[in-house]
Design a protein around this ligand. Structure first.
Ligand code: HEM
Ligand SMILES: *[C@@H]1O[C@H](CO)[C@@H](O)[C@H](O)[C@H]1NC(C)=O
Ligand SMILES: *[C@@H]1O[C@H](CO)[C@@H](O)[C@H](O)[C@H]1NC(C)=O
Ligand SMILES: *[C@@H]1O[C@H](CO)[C@@H](O)[C@H](O)[C@H]1NC(C)=O
Ligand SMILES: *[C@@H]1O[C@H](CO)[C@@H](O)[C@H](O)[C@H]1NC(C)=O
Ligand SMILES: *[C@@H]1O[C@H](CO)[C@@H](O)[C@H](O)[C@H]1NC(C)=O
Ligand SMILES: *[C@@H]1O[C@H](CO)[C@@H](O)[C@H](O)[C@H]1NC(C)=O
Ligand SMILES: *[C@@H]1O[C@H](CO)[C@@H](O)[C@H](O)[C@H]1NC(C)=O
Length: 268
């Protein structure tokens, strides 16, 4: 009787807490290094989802439903307006009518931007692959403790912009790039770390960026709180408010690259 009651309570509790998403069968989502023929791009989040088979491992023929389901299954990130918009912007990077490859996402000026955390600027060379020199700024931030947080993420945004403004005098730094960069910082804090506190172990972030692997053996687990506008919105807001920023560079007006063809930059 007691055992039954405890089981019922446990079942109810587990449905209450975990009923918002299906458990992951991690045996079907082991990390595998990409093959040379697999498409990978400038987004460590989507590359990681492909390396774990939440996205097609070949990184190709990615549709909006495929990407939204993968982000939900792998990260417990709900298909919010923000995520749907990001996914749809991916379609502007390709001539394919309804799907993109991970590499196509690197089209400069659609989502891809200057002063990234882990990739070089398009104008400086390789804007697709992980670059350890660029990543050193984030990697070395928040010295003395073993985690990153909202304060350190803001400092990294400021520092990357300062370094990159010297390396690339033609930097594009309008409110559009600032907004996307702020969202991306919220992604590594809140998806790889804790969506409520905005705190993430350094080790998790290093593995995520350097290996494009989910640090499961190291203790990472998917957020048990669904990530949505209610918690992700405030995290973006707090990072943005903590970050002193002003536009700079030759391009002063936000613009968006609508298709792969055409000139790589639009100067207003
Ligand atoms: C919740 C899932 C996602 C996570 C955790 C994630 C994570 C990130 C992070 C941390 C960056 C910054 C990389 C850097 O600055 O070096 C980034 C960049 C990027 N993401 Fe994602 N992302 C996600 C979803 C998406 C979606 C849905 C798209 C579009 C289809 C996308 C496209 C991109 C692109 C194009 C960049 C390159 C921006 C740049 O650095 O120039 N991401 N992502
Ligand atoms: C990539 O993988 C998906 C899912 O397995 C498959 O439908 C698609 O045809 C593949 N694309 C290429 C270019 O191999
Ligand atoms: C799948 O992706 C490949 C590579 O981008 C492309 O050539 C092919 O047309 C795509 N197939 C479909 C059905 O979209
Ligand atoms: C990495 O970025 C640095 C700084 O912009 C650059 O000097 C270096 O050539 C890049 N490395 C690679 C392999 O692209
Ligand atoms: C990041 O820092 C750690 C030490 O905290 C170091 O082991 C690792 O090599 C660094 N990564 C890069 C790409 O420099
Ligand atoms: C982030 O961590 C640093 C170092 O421990 C600390 O000084 C700072 O107050 C923290 N920021 C937040 C928002 O907790
Ligand atoms: C900046 O743009 C100018 C004009 O397009 C070009 O001549 C110059 O090489 C660019 N500099 C860099 C560092 O990209
Ligand atoms: C996030 O941190 C809060 C407060 O410390 C904690 O209650 C919660 O379990 C953490 N969530 C995750 C997903 O680790």
């Amino acid at each position: 009787m007691n055992t039954l009651l405890i089981s019922l309570i446990a079942l109810t509790f587990s449905i209450g807490v975990r009923g918002t998403y299906d458990p992951v069968d991690w045996s079907a989502h082991q990390w595998q290094a990409p093959l040379p023929t697999d498409s990978r791009g400038p987004c460590p989040g989507l590359n990681t989802l492909a390396n774990h088979g939440f996205l097609p491992r070949n990184g190709s023929n990615i549709t909006i439903p495929i990407v939204l389901n993968a982000v939900q299954d792998g990260f417990n990130f709900q298909p919010t307006d923000l995520l749907r918009t990001g996914a749809k912007l991916g379609l502007l990077t390709t001539d394919n009518p309804d799907s993109f490859t991970l590499q196509e996402l690197a089209l400069h000026g659609t989502i891809e931007h200057d002063a990234s955390l882990s990739r070089n600027d398009y104008a400086l060379g390789d804007n697709i692959h992980f670059n350890a020199t660029v990543f050193a700024t984030l990697n070395n931030s928040n010295p003395g403790v073993d985690y990153y947080n909202i304060t350190s993420a803001s400092q990294v945004l400021v520092q990357r912009l300062a370094e990159d403004s010297i390396a690339n005098p033609n930097i594009t730094n309008t409110v559009k790039e600032f907004t996307i960069r702020t969202i991306e910082s919220a992604l590594y804090l809140g998806v790889i770390g804790n969506i409520t506190t905005g705190v993430v172990p350094k080790k998790f972030v290093q593995i995520f960026f350097e290996q494009e692997r989910l640090p499961l053996e190291e203790g990472w687990h998917r957020s048990d709180v669904p990530i949505d506008d209610d918690n992700f919105g405030p995290l973006i807001g707090e990072i943005g408010e903590a970050t002193p920023w002003a536009p700079s560079g030759p391009v002063t007006c936000p613009w968006i690259r609508l298709q792969p063809e055409g000139t790589p930059t639009i100067v207003n």
